[in-house]
Design a binder for this molecule. Structure first.
Ligand code: PLP
Length: 421
């Protein structure tokens, strides 16, 4: 190599002077740095390494596809892409049997919104405040949390709804309040926005990075029913919650709710290659057959990424990892409750399957958050210190705002859960 040195710009984080450790490998639920230290991955990287690290099944599938044909895209008939669509149709709820493929959750959400607008002929999209939907112009506008601010004013037509955040009930009522029960708040918004102008409501069925918020039972069903009543598309962003993470294939399955569109990514290839899918209902798919919907990326349905996804789905199924995540949910919850007894700074724990959040407060009685809801703020320092201290001890944790996201690979065992706690 010559003299020049390239610099990689890190996503979202401040460009500090301290370089992160160089990671040289991983196996199962652990990864290793160049100095030989090992880290327990308690958050599956960015909640995507659902199957842990260095799975030979996925390596082999990827190698095989690269050797066969790596660069073939649509319009060709590609066997591995069709196989992936068949396998997805087996696990997606209801009649969500047709798929667009993209490379990231961001792109999947962009496509979903565009499709909902084209299908309904309406402009507005309702999204929630405590949400993250991606980092392109449209997906960042859908995003409700403060990372959106840098992209404002964003794309027109996005209207925001409050979250069913019972721990800090946004309406200040005892549960179920008009917000936490879903329908009354949505109906009120529709009255002001005009239901006939609203193309879609997009929600993370269990909120991810912005609080691991599990809505009260009945919430998602109520939102579904209001959408159906007004011909509004319900989009479930399952980018983080899909593929067994919450103890069912998709989080919406937990309440038996079938949206019109599901977007998913991360766990689809268990993080091995970039791939995302937009699953659409038979009704939408039928409409698409008679319409021109301009959509496509050079790397849509890349055969190598699809091969990784097929191999990942086979592992989920062979090792019954969705059932395993469901079972481990009780183990993680019990361990977290025990942790909460010893640490008064834990205000709340909540989650499902292998997807849990620990919310940190300065005072349990007042629920004063340990850091304010603004990741850019210098007040975020306690969380930075916390993750650094955990990392020093060989534990990798994903944190955001005043939340620790406990989301280990679905293959984690009970001894590793105890170790991480
Ligand atoms: N939607 C949700 C719920 C996410 O958690 C994320 C990423 O974390 C995205 C969308 C964006 O996905 P990507 O980073 O693959 O673009």
């Amino acid at each position: 190599m010559g003299e020049a040195r390239g610099r990689v710009i890190q996503a979202w984080s401040r460009q500090g002077t301290q370089p992160p450790p160089r990671i040289v490998g991983g196996e199962g639920c652990r990864f290793f740095d160049a100095a030989g230290r090992s880290y327990l991955d308690f958050s599956s990287q960015l909640v995507n390494a659902n199957l842990g690290h260095s799975r030979t099944e996925i390596q082999e599938a990827v190698q095989k596809q690269v050797a066969t044909m790596a660069t073939l895209g649509r319009p060709w008939d590609v066997e591995i892409v069709d196989e992936l669509a068949d396998r997805l149709a087996e696990i997606t709820p209801g009649d969500l049997n047709s798929f667009f493929f993209a490379c990231s959750g961001t792109e999947a959400n962009e496509a979903a919104i565009r499709l909902a607008r084209a299908y309904t002929g309406r402009d507005k999209v309702i999204a929630r405040y405590r949400s993250y939907h991606g980092s392109s112009a449209g997906a960042l506008t859908l995003t409700g949390e403060p990372r959106r601010w840098v992209g404002e004013p964003g794309v027109p037509g996005v209207v925001r709804m409050l979250d069913p955040y019972t721990y800090r009930c946004p309406a200040g009522h005892p549960t179920p309040c008009p917000v936490c029960s879903g329908a009354p708040h949505l109906r009120e918004l529709l009255q002001y926005e005009g239901a006939e102008n609203v193309a879609a409501v997009i929600v993370e069925p269990i909120t991810g990075i912005n609080g691991v918020i599990v809505p009260p039972d009945g919430y998602l069903r109520a939102i579904r029913d209001v959408c159906t009543e007004h011909g509004i598309m319900l989009i479930c962003d399952e980018v983080m919650t899909g593929f067994g993470r919450t103890g069912s294939w998709f989080a919406c399955d937990r309440w038996g709710v079938v949206p019109d569109i599901i977007t998913c990514a991360k766990g689809l290839t268990a993080g091995y290659l970039p791939l995302a899918a937009v699953a659409v209902s038979d009704r939408l798919s039928g409409w698409l057959q008679d319409s021109v919907f301009p959509y496509g990326l050079t790397y849509s349905a890349h055969p190598v990424a699809c091969a990784a996804a097929v191999a990942a789905l086979q592992v989920y199924q062979k090792e019954r990892l969705v059932e395993r995540a469901d079972r481990l949910g009780a183990v993680i919850e019990a361990a977290l409750r025990e942790l909460a007894e010893r640490h008064p700074s834990i205000g709340d724990i909540r989650g499902s399957g292998c997807f849990w959040g620990i919310e940190l407060v300065t005072d349990r009685a007042t629920k004063q958050p340990l850091v304010p809801f603004n990741p850019g703020s210098a007040a975020a320092e306690p969380m930075t210190k916390l993750t650094a201290a955990a990392f020093q001890k060989g534990l990798y944790l994903l944190t955001h705002w005043n939340m620790i996201v406990v989301s280990p690979p679905l293959i984690i065992d009970e001894a590793e859960i105890r170790e991480g706690m």
